[in-house]
Ligand binder design. Structure first.
Ligand code: ATP
Ligand code: MG
Length: 262
C-alpha cells in the first residue's frame, strides 16, 4: 500500500481537487484506491458527494474509537473514502494531551494494508498542525502541490523546506515530489513559473502539470470526479498522465522488496 500525502501550507493551491482526481485516476488505472479527508474543512468529503451524518468518520478513527474499516465509504467498487466532518478539528485540541497523537493515522491504516494499493491523503492548508504531521509520518511520498500563480516559487521553496525539515527530524527518507497545478500555458507568467520550478526542484518535479480547467471546478462542486462523467476531458487526461507517473515512481521500500524477491 503506497500512501501519498498531498500537502502545502498554503491555502487554495489545488490540494483537494488534485487529491480527488488523482485518486480517481489511480482507480481508473486498476488500483484499489482510498482517499482520506484529513482536513476539518471536509472539502474532499463534500467534493465526493458524501454525507456523513451520524456515521463514524476520520475523527473517531484517529481517536481509536472505531477501526478505519468501519468508517470507509465505498464510492465505486475499488475506490473508497475515509470521510471528515467539521469536528475533525477537535483532534488538534485533544492531541495536546494524547500520547504520540501524530502516529494515530499510521496505526489506524495498518489493518488496511492488504485492502488498498494506493492511499491519497488530502491535508489541511497548514504545516504545523498534528493532522498534517500524521499524514507526513504515514506517507511513502509527499506531493507538494503548487499553484503556478503569483509568488508560487517562493511559497513552494518555503513549503519544501518545512516538509523536508519535518521528515529529517524523523530520520525519514520519504521523498518529496512537486506537482504544478492550475497551469495556464497561454500566459507567459505561468510558463515562467513552471520553468523556475523545474530549475529549482529538478528531478523532484512531476513532468505532468495539471492544467487550469473550468470542468475540474465544476466536478468538485457537483460531487462527482470529472473522470466519471467526462473521461475524455483534457483534465481527465492530465490526471491519467499523473497517475501513470506516480505508478512508475517506485518508493525505496518497493525497490528494496523487489531486490529481495529477485
Ligand atoms: N486545475 C485546476 N483548474 C482550475 N481550477 C482549479 C484547479 N485546481 C483547483 N482549482 C480551483 O481552485 C480553488 C482551490 O482549489 P482546492 O480547494 O482544490 O484547493 P486546496 O488547496 O484544497 O484549498 P484549501 O487550502 O482551502 O484546502 C477551487 O475553487 C478549485 O475549484
Ligand atoms: Mg482543500
Amino acid at each position: 500500500m503506497q500512501i501519498l500525502t498531498l500537502a502545502n501550507q498554503k491555502g487554495g493551491c489545488g490540494k483537494t481537487t488534485t487529491a480527488i482526481h488523482l485518486a480517481a485516476a489511480l482507480h481508473a488505472a486498476g488500483e484499489r484506491t482510498l482517499i482520506i479527508d484529513l482536513d476539518p474543512q471536509a472539502h474532499a468529503t463534500l467534493g465526493l458527494g458524501c454525507f456523513v451524518g451520524r456515521s463514524p468518520s476520520l475523527l473517531e478513527v484517529l481517536r481509536g474509537e472505531v477501526p478505519a474499516q468501519s468508517a470507509l465509504r465505498q464510492l465505486r467498487p475499488g475506490i473508497s473514502l475515509l470521510p471528515a466532518t467539521l469536528s475533525l478539528g477537535e483532534f488538534e485540541e485533544e492531541a495536546t494531551v494524547a500520547l504520540e497523537p501524530e502516529r494515530a493515522l499510521g496505526h489506524a491504516l495498518r489493518p488496511l494494508a492488504s485492502s488498498f494499493d494506493y492511499v491519497v491523503i488530502d491535508c489541511p492548508p497548514r504545516a504545523d498542525g498534528v493532522l498534517t504531521a500524521n499524514a507526513v509520518r504515514a506517507a511513502n511520498q509527499v506531493l507538494l502541490i503548487v499553484e503556478t500563480g503569483a509568488f508560487a516559487l517562493q511559497g513552494a521553496v518555503r513549503a519544501f523546506e518545512i516538509f523536508s525539515g519535518m521528515l529529517e527530524s524523523e530520520g525519514s527518507s520519504t521523498p518529496i515530489q512537486v506537482l504544478a497545478t492550475m497551469f495556464d500555458r497561454r500566459t507567459r507568467f505561468a510558463r515562467d513559473v513552471l520553468i523556475g520550478m523545474h530549475a529549482r526542484f529538478g528531478e523532484r518535479m512531476y513532468d505532468t502539470a495539471i492544467r487550469s480547467s473550468v470542468k475540474l471546478r465544476e466536478a468538485v462542486a457537483s460531487g462527482v470526479p470529472l473522470q466519471w462523467t467526462s473521461p475524455r476531458a483534457r483534465a481527465s487526461s492530465d490526471f491519467a498522465a499523473l497517475a501513470s507517473e506516480v505508478r512508475n515512481t517506485m518508493s525505496p521500500s518497493q525497490i528494496a522488496s523487489t531486490f529481495l524477491e529477485l
